[in-house]
Design a protein around this ligand. Sequence first.
Ligand code: UD1
Length: 332
Amino acid sequence: MILLTGGLGYLGSHMAAQIIEQGHEVVLVDNLSNSKIAVLDRLSQLTGRDISFVKIDVRDKAAMQEVFSQYPITQVVHFAGSKSVNESIQQPLDYYDNNVNSLISLLHVMKEAQVKTIVFSSTAAIYGEPESLPIPESARQAPITPYGRSKQICEQILQDFSNAEQGWKIAVLRYFNPAGAHSSGIIGEVPNGIPNNLVPYIAQVARDERPFLQVFGNDYNTIDGTGVRDFIHVQDLIDGHTKALAWLSTQPQAFEVLNLGRGEGVSVKQMLDAFSKAVGHELPYKVVARRDGDSASVYADASRANCLLGWQATRTVDEMAIDTWRFYEKLA
Ligand code: UD1
């Protein structure tokens, strides 16, 4: 049985849908801090199954011990965490507490329960401003926000723990820019307030909830002057997790760090155009000043995940836009 922490979040819910479909047993835990309980019903609707769910905070050790004693868990994917870059600058202690302490507590509980496989959600934010492109896993690490630094600390904890312990199988996955939604339109990234990230913001413009997209700068040295990122379809990202779990299960012991991206840069303007095509009309935008802390271009060298796992992202930017829109169009 696979435990997904943050199981009702954007990535957790897509992973749950995929692995249930593949015939795995899952249990989800989530503290609902940035997700909604309605996602559980949607997952049941999607999979035709009752899904085991426990509302707890991963830092609550006693509650987590109870989950491990109640369910025959063999593998863990630790999605739970705080991920807003802006919020992390305002509330650094909350970010370090939630992201770092939840990992430490989880590892203690796993160790007690003799469950030794974990896939950890990390981020390309660990690299900060890239020195060269595409970015390999070995690139310099220079995160520029408490969010990125909290994930960097988690990676170091996992590395140290792996060195000290026998038989642990650990994969650290560094995500680039997840986008898109399940092709059913039933689950997706549930918006929470004013989005900071590009794709949810464009989706709200498409729903007429915002008057226009603010494009943060069009004077970068990129294809059209707008920022370039490595957007990756959430289903491709989840494929990377299931492949990582399958690979870990063949290893006696492992510690691997892998980039998950398409390895291709797509500009803000190109993403906006893909979305306009999906919606069926031009979406309004205004060019405004650059956003502090943004790099011109960020994209992955994802060849390591390809070599090791046989994984490669296959879904296009058009599919990301179409699937995101299908989900948002249905939102109440
Ligand atoms: C951000 C975070 C990163 C996190 C990722 C999650 C920063 C510096 N980095 O990445 O740590 O892992 O989200 O997906 O915040 N843009 C606009 N208008 C908007 C919003 C964004 O033009 O309203 C542009 C940005 O300038 C950037 C691109 O769109 O060029 C992508 O921005 P965003 O979706 O926020 O992702 P990142 O900044 O790459």
